[in-house]
Each structure stands twice: as structure tokens, then as C-alpha cells.
Design a protein around this ligand. Sequence first.
Ligand SMILES: [Zn+2]
Ligand SMILES: [Zn+2]
Length: 354
Amino acid sequence: MKGTKNLSFVLEGVQKLKFEDREVPQLQDPYDVLVRVKFTGICGSDVHYWNCGQIGPFKVDQPMVLGHESSGIVEQVGSKVTTLKIGDRVTMEPGEPCRRCDACKVGTYNLCPEMAFAATPPYDGTLAQYYRLPEDLCYQLPDNLSLEQGALVEPLSVAVHLVRQASVSPGSSIVVFGAGPVGLLCCAVAKAFGASTVVAVDIQQGRLDFAKRFEATSTFLPGAGSALDNATRLKEENGLSNGCDIVIDASGAEASINTGIHALRAGGTYVQGGMGRDEVNFPITAACTKELVIKGSFRYASGDYKLAIQLLAAQKVKAQELITNIVKFEEAERAFQDVKAGAGIKILIAGPEE
Ligand SMILES: [Zn+2]
Ligand SMILES: [Zn+2]
């Protein structure tokens, strides 16, 4: 929109969205840069905050700019910035850790208790004309990557972190529950890491059809039976009679979690990525008697963004195939409604036009 300083897309309260012209963020540190945002992907968490106002302990109680999956162009650099210059095309890692705590110092800065993460209350997100970040959290895009691809680096980094947590290696068999963007990207990253069997599981046949065209080697549609019944059929139908090596849950659904535990072989690894209900029934005896390794995975940390960019640049992961639609900034609310209705895989919102 013409004449605006920093048009922003703001969540005012539960199910209340508005556009607001805010002040342009100031550089707070000589290592900061200001980025003109060009594309932002809509994430399930943005939609969830819009509808429920809360995810786990994070509650929206003051207006907050949404969005955290963004790319853009460097508009301004601080006096000590050496790695970027005005005009550089970058993908933005949207969480600023404290850099001082134990978690930060060992490189697991995704676990920093002081993390300031875009569009996680109370921190504003990236669905604005401008966004400020330290230079080391802005990664220059290689020439062969578009700014649209740059907006996919955030969810791809989530998948990279999950697949690393799962220790996928050449020949691994892996079952991924949930064929939304992160689940689909986990399939692709697992393939790139050498997994030979990659089974995508979802309750929507349309998503499974997409997964099959994308990177899954096979798919599974759970039925109405018990988790154990579904796990038995999953193994039979996919040549995994002893169970799979690895399960990644990118759904958060209790039925998926249970089926996943039962689908694993003895000694297998389970990684939880999806966030659903805070508490679920869990087949703890199966986890015990099979000596499963069970891990969580949260966002991304040291090296994940860099690897995600490399996988895209080398065309080992074709994340751009997930883009269903790109809408104008002014159409952001409709795009949110489309995502809520389950339309498409990944919708990008273009930055406000100058
Ligand atoms: Zn996200
Ligand atoms: Zn920290």
C-alpha cells in the first residue's frame, strides 16, 4: 500500500486480524540488519494463534504481528556488519537466542529460555514490510535460489532438525506421520540423507497422493481400527515386517503417536515434532520392552539453516513444489482462511508493495 511506513499484519486477539501501519524497526545493535520482507509462508502455528490465541505456554495477550517463515532484501546494515550488504537477498532465521546461557553456549540455542522468536508471544513476527535481525541470523541466498524458495528455508530447517534428531542414515527405513509441509519436507530430507524406505502417513488421501508424487516411497492411510491394528497393516503393506528403524511424528495426533510406537522395530528411534494436545495416552510398555529411543525436536539450531540452504541449492530437496499459491499482502487474511480450510500445501504472502 502506498504511503505506509511499515505495513504489518497483526493478530489483535482470538480470530481478530487487522492491518496496521507501524514504525519501522530501529537497528538495536551495530551487528543488526534491517530486511525488507519479500515472501512469508503461513505456518500452522500462525493459524493456531489466530484461532486459539495460545500454543502450550505461549499466550497472545497483546496485539502481535504474525509470520516467521520469511525471505527478503537487506535494506540497512549496522556499522559492524561485515557479512551482508544493502541489496543482498537473504532468508531469515526468526529467533534470537540470548547467546549467554548454557543451551546457547553448547549450540542448542533452540532450547534457550530467553529466546525471542518471531510471532511467538510477546514477540512480533515477520508479516510486515520491515524486520530487524542480527546479521548472523540472515543467510544470503545462493544465486540459484529464488526469494520464494528462501521463504521455505524455515520449515525445511525444522525438517532438517527432526531428521538429524532421528539419526537417519543410508538404508534407514522411516515412517513419517502427518503429510503437511513439515512432514513432507521430513520425507524429502530423509531421502537426501539416504533413507531407502520413506512411508508417509496421513488421514487425507489427497495429502498422501501429493506425498507419493513428492518424496515418499510409499504411503499409508490409517483405518478405524486400533493403533496396534494400523501398525500391523502399515508394516505388512510396506515390507517392514520387523518394524521400521525410525518414526517421526509431524502430526501431534494421539492416534499417530500410538501407531508410530507400535510400528517401530526393537531398538528403533521415535522423534516427536508435531504439537497437538499437551497430554496424550502413550503406549509406554511397548516403548519399554522394545527399548525404543524417544526424542523431542524443537525448531532448529546450529547448522540447520545452512544445511537446509545447501539441500535446496543442490536440488536435493525440491521444497518449491510445496508452494500452492502466492497472494498479495492485502489478501493475507483470506490466505489464512484458506490454510485453515486445508486448501493446498504451502501458501506464501508477498511483502507489501512499495
Ligand atoms: Zn513455522
Ligand atoms: Zn540462551
